[in-house]
Every structure is written in structure tokens, then in C-alpha cells.
Ligand binder design. Structure first.
Ligand code: HEC
Length: 148
């Protein structure tokens, strides 16, 4: 399953899509995310401070978050969903996204959009929702989904 996800996203050629499964996994098990299409997701981060959750503070430049996703049909068939990525860029990168670069990689490896890159305006909805937090645009995850 994880290998299938890695293979699908890896077709994008993005280093994050290739590397994220080697980062720390902060979700205890896949959990259903209504805000990401009602799919099952895992939360990975390159930044150990993410594991302090609400106490994490402002993420350092270069911090990366990845959330892979899948759905399971009534027949039990797994269908891969998009890979959701956040990267903390240098100060001034884009005030409208709090200097986070949002990227969405489709299951066929194509890039749907990227903040300040391809279809940037179609990615603003990611930032608009994430900006609602007071914790550097990070929502973390429901408590019951957190790895201890
Ligand atoms: C309507 C609100 C909403 C939208 C739109 C949204 N997110 Fe999120 N995002 C959340 C919430 C809530 C969480 C944490 C809980 C969860 O996973 O469901 C989260 C978590 C994340 C995380 C893990 C880091 C964190 O915040 O803890 C990443 C990465 C992420 N989202 C990327 C994206 C990308 C990329 C998009 C746009 C394609 C996007 N999100 C759109 C609400 C949203």
C-alpha cells in the first residue's frame, strides 16, 4: 500500500514525493480527513518539532509536511488520492500563504498546482483555510490520530 503511494507520487519527479516516507510519521494510523476530500491520510514531517503539535512554534525555513491520501471503496478496493505538501519558504516568499508553498500531486504524478508556481491561484484555497490557525498555518491532527 505505502509502496503503491510512493510509486504513484514518485512519477512527479519531486524530491519530496520520493523522500517523504522516510520522514517521521506523526499519525498513529490513517485517519479520515474531511478537509482533504474525505480521504484517509497519514501525516509526515521532515521537522521533528511538528511532533510537539500545538507547542511546535513557528517552523524553520525548509520544514516540509506531506500528507498522502487514499480512499477505500465499498468493495474494499484502495484508490490512491493526491499527495498534499507544505514547505516553509524564506520570509517574503508569499505573504498570502504565510510563506508556505502548497503543492498538490495527483495520483498519476502530475502536479495539480503549486503556490507561486503552476496554477498558483487554484492553490490559494489551501492557504486560505490553513491561515485560520494561530499555529503557523498548521492544524496538526485530531488528538486520537496522533502518534504518541
Ligand atoms: C477547509 C480547510 C482545509 C483546506 C482547504 C486544506 N486543508 Fe490541509 N489541513 C486542514 C486540517 C484541518 C488539517 C489537519 C487535520 C486533517 O488532516 O484533517 C490539515 C493538514 C494539512 C497538512 C499537514 C500539516 C498540518 O497542517 O498539520 C498538510 C501538508 C496539508 N493540510 C496540505 C494541504 C494542501 C496542499 C491543501 C490544498 C490542496 C490543503 N491542505 C487544503 C485543513 C485544510
Amino acid at each position: 500500500m505505502l509502496e503503491d503511494l510512493a510509486k504513484a507520487y514518485g512519477k512527479s519527479g519531486l524530491a519530496i514525493a520520493r523522500d517523504y516516507q522516510g520522514w517521521d510519521l506523526f499519525s498513529a494510523a490513517p485517519y479520515e480527513s474531511s478537509t482533504h476530500g474525505g480521504r484517509y491520510v497519514h501525516n509526515y514531517s521532515s521537522e521533528p518539532a511538528y511532533g510537539r503539535f500545538e507547542e511546535a512554534g513557528v517552523m524553520p525555513v525548509g520544514a516540509m509536511m506531506a500528507k498522502d491520501s487514499f480512499t477505500v471503496s465499498a468493495k474494499g478496493e484502495v484508490e490512491i488520492g493526491p499527495l498534499f505538501i507544505m514547505e516553509k519558504m524564506a520570509s517574503g516568499f508569499n505573504p498570502q500563504s504565510n510563506d508556505w508553498r502548497y503543492t498538490m500531486v495527483m495520483p498519476d504524478g502530475s502536479i495539480f498546482g503549486q503556490t507561486m508556481g503552476k496554477a498558483s491561484d487554484q492553490m490559494q484555497f489551501c492557504a486560505d483555510c490553513h491561515l485560520a490557525t494561530e499555529t503557523d498555518s498548521l492544524f496538526f491532527m485530531p488528538e486520537e490520530a496522533r502518534a504518541k
